[in-house]
Design a protein around this ligand. Structure first.
Ligand code: ADP
Ligand code: SF4
Length: 694
């Protein structure tokens, strides 16, 4: 297949100062949960994106000095010369595929608690740490400012030595000292670095000039600037100081990478924003500079990308998440394989790798984070080792990915699904308010399966152990998913809650099956009890809430949808629920029920708080649908006669978890089938610390 000429413009080279990007695809800096702790993992992940056609590949935030130590979060290190080999590993991986390597030098100022280095944090003015750490930054004096400029310059020189082509001066996400100097909120100084905008921008300008002076002969100097903080007049706004900063510095950097601040605004989930959502804030930039402009907006559609370029919004298509979900996105556009693009669903599971400090994972791309340690490539997979046939039971995310990856290996696969359509929980959840993009998990996989002559799909085929034994496939994979329980068992209640039978009790499955729907809801308040504490209870509350219907969300958590702090959504979710009138009762456990009444109890004091309740919707925990698996295991003695050699459960049928975990589980099964089994306890490579001399 060849490229659609409409997309030719995306493959034009772009000059960035002294270097040239081979096309307009630009992987902007992004965290990955690996950073300096897993340098080979980071390097191989970045190199694969270069292979996939991104012309520029950037690091995550890379700390320039021990006073900028953001541990426990795993970012890059460029503290001294010892860090150069790890950085060079990344540039070599990127250069091997003809792409440019960019480094986001970062000093976090008062944002970094310096927990590992134990240095006193630095800031324009005395300031409490922006996270929850009981640490204050001290106001910098002139010596500190001179030191900071020297550290930044030295870090730029080390970056050049490590082979980087683009060196950033970073003022974004409310976690860069240069942004803190620019910000009236953070900078209360009365010297030449405070007061007027010109004064507040002074240090940023000096850092750009220093960097150009140090490395600008061979490296492009890029800036990353937050042009809007989405906090109105208290912050930088794109029609106020954001605009004026770009006007002041217009031609100074070699490239403008413009974004929103803080990270939760920049990386909004699909529940709260559409593709291209940053345009209204960033589109002014090109009118003020002749230098190339990069911006993001969860771009996955080549038509949208072309439109951004043609309408003069951006020069280069920036992407973090779309490049994680599909490292080969540019190559697929280039080769005219648009249907093969694995579009980001905007769920921010990848982000949670950073805050939980483990290699990032992705709902759509099960290979991310595994490129080096498991040698998993997002597009390549070993060919089958035998002609054995595989039956996959269940067409949810686990079964679909398992069938797809087995099909890609060349196995003959039969996928049997009980329902009338594929997708399992993904199809259900994508029908809820704001989650329609999640259907891409299903659609990418069904789109691939129809192209595979070696994979057959049977719908409306609810299989029993008898059926499976009759068919006689060598390998049977049980991907039958899970169901929500209605007895209250979850995190807080470890045994069934007694006394709920005075009320109609529903689970999310009742909503998905239509047993509970907007019209069938009993009159009176619906209480949603959320002990799952991820997104589902909150999104059900939003879906069910109608004018005139009382919806009460009670949770043992302090916040609604507490785990969504890790996906950067929590404050948006809570604000939305409050805006639409959902009543929120935090710190509450279940204590029983009466007529039209639910008994709740304070999780600290056990004090009773009764609420009016016509029906209870329990979102607590799930049980695997393991009946088929169990009955096949009980009939192990019949396998040989049926020709079965293995029966394996995967995904939620094994243990309910995230959609990302189900996709990973299906993918892992497919990768490991017929491969030599290792006796090692650890199934992946680890990058162990170098043992220094005592
Ligand atoms: P996962 O997240 O692990 O993929 P899901 O619950 O999303 O799990 O998907 C499970 C799928 O398996 C559902 O579409 C369900 O209809 C299907 N399924 C469950 N039991 C059977 C069965 N006995 N035979 C065929 N399909 C089944
Ligand atoms: Fe996109 Fe979700 Fe993957 Fe992140 S985890 S890249 S948001 S699909």
């Amino acid at each position: 297949m060849s490229r659609d000429p409409r997309y030719d413009i995306l493959f034009e080279p772009v000059k960035i100062g002294p270097v040239v990007a081979r096309n307009r695809f630009y992987q902007v800096p992004h965290c990955n949960g690996m950073g300096a702790r897993h340098p080979s993992g980071t390097a191989v992940m970045r190199g694969i994106k270069a292979e996939g056609g991104w012309a520029v590949i950037c690091t995550e935030e890379t700390e320039i000095h021990p006073t900028s130590d953001i541990s426990p979060y795993p970012e890059g290190w460029n503290w001294d010369d010892h860090d150069i080999p790890a950085l060079a590993r990344m540039t070599e991986a990127v250069h091997a595929h003809g792409s440019l390597a960019g480094i986001e030098l970062c000093h976090g100022g008062g944002h970094t608690p310096n927990l590992y280095s134990r240095e006193v944090p630095l800031a324009p003015s005395h300031a409490l740490n922006q996270m929850i750490y009981p640490v204050q930054a001290r106001a910098m004096d002139k010596t500190d400012i001179a030191d900071l400029r020297r550290w930044h310059r030295q870090a730029a020189l080390r970056a050049k030595q490590a082979g980087f082509d683009i060196v950033y001066v970073y003022a974004g996400h409310d976690l860069s000292i240069f942004q803190h100097f620019i910000s009236r909120r953070h900078n209360h100084r009365t010297d030449e670095y405070g007061g007027s905008l010109e004064n507040r921008v002074r240090l940023f300008r000096e850092a750009i000039e220093d960097t150009k002076d140090a490395v600008g002969d061979t490296c492009a100097v890029a800036v990353r600037l937050a042009v809007d903080e989405l906090m109105g007049p208290d912050g930088i706004t794109s029609d106020g100081e954001g605009h004026d900063i770009v006007a002041l510095l217009a031609e100074l950097p070699d490239l403008w990478d413009v974004c929103l601040s803080d990270w939760s605004n920049d990386s909004q989930t699909s529940r709260f924003s559409q593709e291209g959502f940053q345009e209204e804030y960033t589109s002014f930039v090109k009118s003020l500079t002749t230098k190339p402009v990069v911006g993001v907006g969860r771009f996955t559609s080549p038509d949208t990308m072309v439109s951004q370029i043609r309408r003069g919004v951006l020069d280069m298509i920036g992407a973090a998440r779309p490049s994680i979900a599909d490292p080969f996105l540019p190559k697929k556009i280039e080769e005219g394989r648009i249907d093969d693009i694995r579009e980001c669903i905007g769920c921010n599971i990848c982000v949670s790798g950073d805050s939980t400090t483990v290699p990032m994972r992705c709902t759509q791309n099960p290979t991310v984070g595994e490129e080096w340690r498991k040698d998993w490539h997002p597009e390549k997979i070993a060919v089958k080792r035998s002609d054995e046939k595989v039956l996959v039971v269940g067409g949810g995310p686990a079964g679909l990915e398992c069938a797809r990856a087995l099909g890609q290996r060349g196995y003959h696969v039969t996928l049997a699904e009980a329902g009338r359509s594929l997708g399992g929980r993904v199809s259900h959840e994508a029908s809820l308010a704001g989650l329609s993009a999640w259907a891409r998990v299903r659609d990418y996989r069904t789109g691939q399966l129809v192209k595979m002559p070696n994979v057959e799909v049977f719908l409306e085929s609810e299989l029993t152990a008898e059926h499976v034994l009759e068919f006689g496939f060598e390998h049977v994979v049980i991907a039958t998913g899970a169901r929500w329980r209605g007895d209250g068992v979850g995190r807080t209640h470890r045994t069934a809650v007694q006394g709920l039978d005075a009320l109609p009790v529903f689970t999310p499955d009742d909503w998905f099956s239509g047993r509970l729907d907007a019209t069938a809801l009993p009159q009176g308040p619906l209480v949603i009890f959320d002990d799952d504490q991820f997104y589902l209870a909150g999104v059900l509350a939003e879906t069910v809430k109608q004018p005139g219907r009382r919806v009460i969300l009670a949770t043992p958590g302090a916040d609604v949808s507490a785990y969504t702090h890790h996906t950067l959504e929590q404050s948006r979710i809570q604000r939305r629920l409050l805006d639409i009138g959902v009543e929120i009762h935090p710190h509450r456990a279940l204590a029983g029920a009466g007529q039209n009444e639910l008994h709740l109890a304070c999780t600290y004091t056990a004090a009773r708080h009764d609420v009016e309740c016509a029906a209870l919707l329990c979102v607590t925990s799930r049980l695997p649908n393991e009946a088929l698996y169990r009955s096949l295991m009980e009939r192990r003695l019949d396998w040989r006669a049926a020709g079965i050699s293995t029966v394996t459960s995967i995904g939620d049928a094994q243990a309910p978890s995230t959609i990302a975990a189900a996709v990973y589980s299906g993918h892992r099964y497919a990768r490991e089938l017929d491969e030599p089994k290792s006796n090692d306890a650890v199934s992946f490579k680890r990058e162990l610390p170098r043992i220094e001399a005592l």
